[in-house]
Design a protein around this ligand. Structure first.
Ligand code: V47
Length: 387
């Protein structure tokens, strides 16, 4: 007797998919996907606009399966948002506090060390550290943050600082670009996360995050990071005021930079959570429909990105699991203490343990593979911690 239907084998029957692709008028896109040809701006727009989401998902699943088979990656990681005090007031952010505000906090080196030592049961291989831009902490503070993490766990991979933080460091350090990246490397920085890009379009920058670096500066800083030999990720914050054509523009800009530098590890579409933000009145929580579409179109447009991550904190574990059949090959990690999205009302839990992640992956028909930050596969030792 056969077991339960395996979604990964057949998220959509091929002949039905072909009928839907015809109906959606996407036969030419299908041909390009089959030939491994790059999709254009208009193709991206049509993929965002067609009502035939299942057809878009089927195409993205083809590409994902070609690259990764049935593997789905996760990692043992820990987030530390080391301060919420921020000199900027972005409309989408519920996390930031002003200096002197009661809910403001600032973690110093010893706090970070203590936090990292609390999680022995998790055996984290990565710490992800991003935060607000504190108006008065000096350049050395950023080095202190990295050094503290390495003191607590010398083997851990420190993935820290969005392009907003890197740009800030370059400005306040009074040092050359080479010196700043050498300092960060010496302190123990391993790679950079992909945040702060939001939507790489001037209209959206002006409307919702005008005080912070804009599209060109984000791309220029990412170029510097990659040219200095650091790998990084790329995100897009969707589900607020952006239009479909602006999402495509964002993807094309990321693709161009990847052609030039090749240092992006993963693309991560981030679902916007509106609660307690200035956009609360405007938006609603993104739908599963929109989440799956963003994963799928990202996979199809970013032909030079190996990995597409369904970040369960913003997508919810339910959507992240389904996203594995819409182009995603990674669901991020155990996470544990994320504050940015929880302050904005995400319904996702604080933490999933490794068994939860593996169960989500297996149930959807995929093979869970633990990875390092840089996507080396980790053999699971017999009796390794299951926290
Ligand atoms: O840059 C802010 C976003 C990002 C909200 O690289 C919000 O592996 C939703 O970049 N609703 C930080 N999102 C998180 C981030 C990230 C997360 C996971 C993995 C990686 C990686 C990177 O969070 C910010 C911003 O785009 N954000 N406010 C909000 N209300």
């Amino acid at each position: 007797m056969s077991g339960p239907a395996n979604f990964a084998d057949a998220p959509l029957d091929d002949s039905l998919a072909h009928r839907l692709i015809e109906k959606a008028g996407l036969a030419d896109v299908h041909d390009k996907v089959e030939r491994g040809e790059r999709l254009g701006f208009d193709d991206g727009l049509r993929l965002f606009e067609t009502p035939q989401l299942a057809a878009v998902g089927w195409l993205a699943h083809r590409v994902r399966t070609r690259r990764h088979g049935k593997k789905a990656y996760f990692n043992n990681n820990l987030h530390i948002n080391y301060t919420n005090i921020c000199q900027y007031s972005c409309k989408f952010c519920a996390f930031a506090a002003k200096e002197g505000e009661a809910r403001g906090y600032l973690m110093r080196g010893p706090d970070i060390e203590k936090k990292l030592r609390e999680y022995d049961d998790l055996a984290p291989t990565e710490v992800h550290m991003v935060a607000g831009i504190h108006p008065s902490m000096p350049y050395d503070y950023y080095l202190e943050v990295v050094r503290a993490a390495k003191r607590a766990r010398p083997d851990i991979h420190v993935k820290a600082f969005t392009m907003v933080e890197i740009d800030h460091m370059l400005k306040v350090s009074k040092k050359s670009e080479d010196e700043v990246f050498a300092d960060l490397r010496e302190a123990g920085l391993g790679s950079c996360p992909g945040g702060g890009a939001e939507v790489l379009v001037d209209r959206v920058h002006k409307a919702v995050f005008r005080e912070k670096i804009g599209p060109q500066e984000w791309l220029d800083t990412a170029r510097k990071v990659q040219k200095h030999g650091f790998k990084m990720n790329a995100t897009m914050l969707y589900g607020h005021i952006e239009r479909a054509d602006e999402r495509v523009t964002h993807l094309v800009k990321l693709r161009e930079l990847q052609d030039e530098c090749g240092g992006f590890m993963a693309y991560i579409p981030l679902a916007f959570w509106p609660y307690h933000t200035d956009l609360e009145h405007h938006g609603h929580v993104t739908t599963g429909w929109m989440d799956l579409r963003n994963i799928a179109v990202g996979r199809l447009m970013l032909d030079n990105f190996a990995n597409v991550k369904a970040y369960w904190i913003m997508l919810t574990p339910e959507s992240a699991q389904t996203a594995l059949s819409f182009g995603a090959n990674d669901i991020d990690g155990t996470v544990t203490e994320e504050k940015i999205t929880h302050d904005a009302g995400t319904t996702a839990p604080e933490r999933l343990n490794r068994n939860d992640l593996m169960r989500l992956i297996r149930e959807a028909g995929y093979v869970p593979v633990q990875r390092t930050t840089t996507y080396e596969e980790i053999e699971l030792a017999e009796g390794s911690p299951v926290a």
